[in-house]
Design a protein around this ligand. Structure first.
Ligand SMILES: Cc1ncc(COP(=O)(O)O)c(C=O)c1O
Length: 396
């Protein structure tokens, strides 16, 4: 008698995670577009700019020079040095190349670091609202997420006192993500320093997801890496995706104590190996060339943010904090949802089906009552989308 392979259950660990919540809404938007519906997309978590020309050119040259073989798992030495050097120049950190590893997007740096540090029952403190993948990454390791609520009324402020109340003997990692996806909030350098001090004093790792670190509009670019006295307990997760408009290229990195990097290297050697060779050359060009393109994109995002926020604030029953970084507005639309007698998941779904605007409901980020709207779009798209939001909300 034969037994089909499919009759067996899948692993417990794959059963603990779900497909990204943003995928469902994007799939619905794609279907609508295929049917000819003109959809305004405020759902995307990526820059609308093209990758700068000199970065593309470096990849073309790498291809032409047949730079197409395996590289060392952690990346070519020149690039590891360039990542560390850029960080040192921009933030005053002190990482060396062997405290640096290149990964397939920032996502792999985060995923692998959790795999290396989190065992069953270990706790990770995650401020809310949080980026969708953190929860599933921790749960895939068998870890426990300890969610720490912040509030829009307080500007999503995160303090060491709040973090301290969430700590237990099982806490292994405290996670911060500033500028934040989805709220756009920036934690002040003073609050970050107090959290770093707390983590170090308790022997807990402080993981800083700095994917949006260069999209900070406060005028004060800050990385936790500048606090060199806490280096032993810091895990910095970086990405070139948003900084250089390189989401599809898949290049990220971790800056961490040598012992952690060596474990990350081991894990990566048994899974993906190196980040794509020609992408590494493109990344190198991005890091060692003029940073003017980053400054230009940052300046443009500030205009787009102001346009989006002013538009949202002019819609009745919508409240919106001014995001200080990243490229998302995270308005409180609970009064609109309440008026319609629905939750914000349903509101976002109807905004798509009836208003033809893609947004992501706050439920996906652990904070119902809000929706996330990306302003990484042209000014014309923002105006058109806002008009649709206004008309749809008025109809409820
Ligand atoms: C907060 C945050 N961290 C990490 C990432 C991962 O980005 P990537 O894997 O493209 O580097 C994203 C992407 O949306 C993000 O929003």
């Amino acid at each position: 008698m034969s037994v089909t392979a499919g009759a067996r259950p899948f692993t417990a660990r794959i059963g603990r995670i779900e497909i990204s919540a943003t995928m469902a809404i994007n799939a619905e938007a794609t279907t609508m577009r295929a049917q000819g519906v003109d959809v305004v997309d405020f759902g995307a978590g990526e820059p609308h700019f093209a990758t700068p020309e000199h970065i593309k050119q470096a990849a073309i040259e790498a291809l032409e020079q047949n730079f197409t073989r395996y590289t060392p798992v952690a990346g070519i030495k020149q690039l590891r040095e360039a990542v560390a050097a850029r960080h040192r120049e921009d933030f005053g950190s002190t990482y060396s190349f062997d405290e640096t590893i290149l990964t397939v997007g920032g996502k792999q740096a985060l995923f692998n670091t959790f795999q290396v540090l989190i065992d069953h029952g270990d706790e990770v403190v995650i401020p809310v609202p949080y980026w969708v993948s953190f929860k599933d990454m921790v749960e895939y390791c068998g870890g426990k997420c300890v969610f720490l609520p912040t509030s829009a009324a307080d500007g999503f402020r995160l303090t060491a006192e709040m973090v301290e109340r969430a700590l237990t003997p099982r806490t292994r990692v405290i996670l911060v993500n500033s500028p934040n996806n989805p709220s756009g909030a920036v934690v002040s350098p003073e609050d970050l320093e107090a959290i770093a001090k707390l983590a170090a004093s308790r022997g807990i790792y402080l993981m800083s997801d700095e994917c949006y670190v260069y999209l900070n509009y406060t005028g004060e670019q800050f990385s936790l890496g500048s606090l060199t006295e806490y280096k032993d307990s810091l895990l910095l997760m970086g990405s070139l995706s948003k900084t250089y408009s390189m989401t599809g290229w898949r290049l990220g990195f971790a800056l961490a104590p040598k012992a952690v990097v060596s474990q990350l290297q081991k894990l990566q050697s048994q899974s993906t190996s190196n980040a794509t060779s020609i992408v590494q050359k493109a990344g190198l060009a991005a890091l060692i060339s003029s940073q003017e393109c980053v400054a230009q994109m940052r300046a443009e995002y500030i205009h787009l943010r102001d346009r989006m926020v002013a538009g949202l604030r002019s819609i009745p029953d919508v409240q919106c904090n001014l995001p200080e970084g990243a490229f998302y507005a995270f308005p409180d639309v609970s009064a609109v949802a309440k008026r319609a007698g629905i939750d914000t998941a349903e509101l976002a779904s109807r905004l798509l089906r009836e208003g033809h605007v893609v947004s992501v409901p706050g439920e996906a980020f652990g904070m119902a009552g809000h929706i996330r709207l990306s302003y990484a779009a042209s000014a014309e798209t923002i105006d058109r989308g806002l008009e649709r939001v206004r008309t749809f909300f008025a109809s409820l």
